[in-house]
Design a binder for this molecule. Structure first.
Ligand code: NAI
Length: 404
């Protein structure tokens, strides 16, 4: 509980929502099922939803990211039941998701889409009672869009990940800071002067590259999208294919949301002592299966697996799972960042409760007013004021008749 309270003091936006929820009880009697990383910030989201009157059932969205002490504390919060356990095997992981689904949720909050996938494949009898859902991360939104394209998604889901107040802060700054913290605290190696390869120059990748540059690393970016590759180049980084980067990098960080980004042919080209970490959602970006089947695992300790490949030793952090949460000391994103993401989640859950029945099945954007409300609340918490458009400026921006 101390961890949860520690986080709470740096979550003013979610805190204000909690106060409002306590008064207005907008989720009274609503059953909410969640699969998110079970740690202190998430606990504050669950408590906020419960303060709004919801009955919350929660489990993890990754077998290695649960903090067991937080999971236990969550069970002590009125209106919240937690089923997550650190180190759960695949069967236990899905059993816990099933337990969440047994609560017959009307709203589902997912991170990576495993919960919604389970609902649509193994627990279809429950779909009709779901009003709608929210998805937290890029990979989950990709999966949801693929489902919607094939007309398989049976209820509306808000893509919380895609809204500016989420990805400009959570993906960029959150992943950037917390992944580097995780790598540094696990390995204790110096970043300054190192050649660090960042795979993917999306929201997470550009945050990582920027922070690495700030620490004095020589950053190499790999991409498959020409525009993003060019952006990385003009932001001052070297751009090259992974085949070439493999031989140069001393640290590798994948953040593509894709599969097989670092694979057998890359491992064999790597320098002795290369360190590999994944910051993308699933453990498929680095081909761990190939390493386990074909390389010699020489040691496993404290979140570092060391393998012998082609006469050299390479080190993989957190079994290739998202490094900022899955290393033994992983705490995930900094608290202030999750204050914004989870404020969005809480407000979107309230929106779905009141408007979800009128929304078409499919992927929906976060309503603009919610995104703006969160931004304004954060500015207010920081005691920062900004300018307001004058009526003349407002009219100018709306007109098409004024030119030179
Ligand atoms: P994004 O879509 O903005 O960026 C991904 C980039 O990777 C794109 O530019 C894409 O062109 C590139 N890419 C795809 N395949 C590639 C390949 N084979 N080689 C090189 N580049 C490739 O996505 P975003 O928001 O940056 O998210 C990336 C991943 O990180 C997702 O899996 C997301 O769910 C996850 N994520 C992880 C967080 C964490 O806490 N570690 C937090 C937020 C997101």
């Amino acid at each position: 509980m101390q961890k949860i309270n520690w986080a709470r003091q740096y979550m003013p936006v979610l805190g204000a929502i909690r106060e409002r929820f306590l008064e207005e009880r907008p989720l009274a009697g609503c059953r909410i099922g969640m699969a998110l990383h079970v740690e202190a910030k998430t606990a504050n989201l669950a408590a906020t939803l419960a303060a709004g009157g919801a009955e919350v059932a929660i489990t993890g969205c990754n077998p290695l990211s649960t903090q067991d002490d937080v999971a236990r504390a969550l069970n002590g919060i009125e209106g919240v039941t937690c089923y997550a356990k650190r180190g759960a095997g695949a069967e236990e992981y899905y059993d816990a998701i099933d337990k969440v689904l047994d609560s017959r949720p009307e709203i589902v909050i997912d991170d990576g889409m495993d919960l919604i996938f389970r609902l649509h494949t193994r627990r279809t009898e429950l779909i009709d009672s779901v009003i709608g859902g929210c998805e937290e991360t890029t990979t989950g939104v990709h999966r949801l869009r693929a489902m919607a394209r094939e007309n398989q998604l049976r209820f509306p889901v808000i893509a919380v990940n895609d809204t500016p107040m989420k990805r400009f802060f959570d993906n960029v700054h959150g992943t950037g800071e917390s992944s580097l913290t995780a790598i540094m605290v696990t390995t204790n190696v110096l970043v300054a002067g190192k050649c660090v390869v960042v795979a993917g120059y999306g929201f997470c990748g550009r945050g990582l590259a920027r922070k690495l540059h700030g620490l004095g690393a020589r950053v190499v970016v790999t991409e498959v999208d020409a525009r993003r590759a060019l952006e990385a180049y003009m932001d001052g980084y070297q751009v090259m294919p992974m085949d070439e980067a493999a031989a140069r990098g001393e640290i590798f960080i994948t953040t593509t949301g894709n599969t097989g980004v670092i694979s057998a042919r890359h491992f064999s080209r790597m320098r002795n002592g290369a360190i590999l970490a994944n910051a993308g959602h699933f453990n498929v970006e680095i081909d761990i299966r190939w390493l386990e089947e074909h390389a010699d695992r020489v040691t496993r300790r404290d979140g570092i697996d060391s393998y012998q490949v082609a006469g050299k030793t390479i080190h993989v952090l957190a079994e290739g799972r998202l490094v900022n949460l899955a290393i033994p000391k992983g705490m995930g994103h900094p608290i202030e960042v999750m204050d914004l993401s989870f404020a969005l989640q809480a407000l979107c859950a309230r929106y779905i409760r009141s408007h979800g029945r009128g929304m078409e099945p499919g992927v929906h954007a976060v309503p603009e007013f919610i995104d703006e409300d969160v931004a304004r609340a954060k500015l207010a918490a920081l005691d920062i004021s900004i300018d307001t458009l004058t009526p003349g400026q407002d009219a100018y921006l709306r007109s098409w008749t004024e030119g030179t």
